[in-house]
Design a binder for this molecule. Structure first.
Ligand code: G
Ligand code: MN
Length: 258
């Protein structure tokens, strides 16, 4: 018999895991993206995407998901913020939450407002360009929280509109990265996007980096940071300090010739 679970039961199963974001020049960890996971009895973390999608039209349930995420961040990340100075935390927050004015009270009740400069809200390209998304960008920045455009390259929305928004970080989708290694026109497009971000004073993060060749190429074209399985999947919070201390410098050294 199939079990049906209430939104609350589904939400209680969620926990946040953290994927490192790596400086392509030094290999140091500059940030983490918090990703919601459902931890299985064998310890594996499965994506919470299907659960969150099933709640998409239920604003109160979405608020409860974000409450849960903030509770995890308060417990997991604030002690790491206190111990290590220089990294940020990215969170995926639906614009409906920010636009309805619910983000700041949630952040306040979890004592996170004070960390505002080190928190980054990620909105997908598609979300950022909707009217709700534009309002959300403004509200997040007014609350002192930085904003990243996620999945850049998947929204078919045109560069011109992104230029009009005040944004801090551009996350370049894997679909723009992989072809750039083999196609000259795709490489030109990637370079153009990096140049645009630079002139808008936005930091760039390459998403979904999986190979050494991609990491070296991205560094060569001037992308700031990378995120992807090449360095690490999302990990449970207890692994964050070791990852910060170790960093990933060795992955960005040219292979030794001797
Ligand atoms: O779009 P967003 O940044 O929210 O996507 C994060 C998702 O991408 C996560 O579910 C994560 O597991 C997945 N992901 C992270 N790193 C990689 C990678 O190197 N390759 C691929 N294909 N997916 C990745
Ligand atoms: Mn994201």
């Amino acid at each position: 018999m199939a079990e049906t679970q209430s939104p609350k039961e589904l939400i209680d199963r969620l926990t946040a895991w953290y994927q490192p974001i790596v400086d392509l020049n030094t290999g140091e960890v500059r940030g983490f993206e918090a990703l919601m996971r459902v931890v299985q009895p064998d310890g594996q973390g499965h994506s919470a995407g299907p659960i969150i999608e099933s709640l998409e039209d239920d604003l109160d349930a979405l608020v409860a998901v974000i409450e849960r995420l903030m509770t995890c961040i308060r417990k997991d990340v604030v002690p790491v913020f206190e111990r290590y100075g220089d990294f940020y935390l990215s969170v995926n927050i639906p614009p409906s939450i920010i636009g309805s004015g619910r983000l700041r009270p949630i952040a306040e009740s979890h004592d996170l407002v004070h960390w505002g400069r080190r928190l980054v809200v990620e909105l997908t390209e598609r979300q950022a360009l909707s009217s709700l998304g534009r309002a959300a960008v403004r509200l997040a920045r007014e609350a002192g929280i930085a904003v990243a455009v996620d999945d850049f390259g998947t929204g078919h929305s045109g560069l011109a509109q992104i230029v009009g928004l005040e944004l801090d970080i551009l996350k370049i989708d894997r679909s723009l990265i992989t072809p750039a290694l083999t196609s000259r026109s795709a490489a030109r497009m990637l370079r153009g996007i990096v140049g645009l971000a630079e002139s808008l004073r936005m930091r760039t993060v390459a998403e979904g980096v999986e190979t050494t060749a991609e990491a070296f190429y991205l560094r060569a074209v001037g992308v700031d940071y990378g995120q992807g399985y090449f360095w690490s999947k999302a990990v449970p919070a207890v692994e964050m300090p070791a990852i910060i201390e170790r960093g990933f410098a060795s992955t960005l050294e040219w292979p030794g010739v001797d």
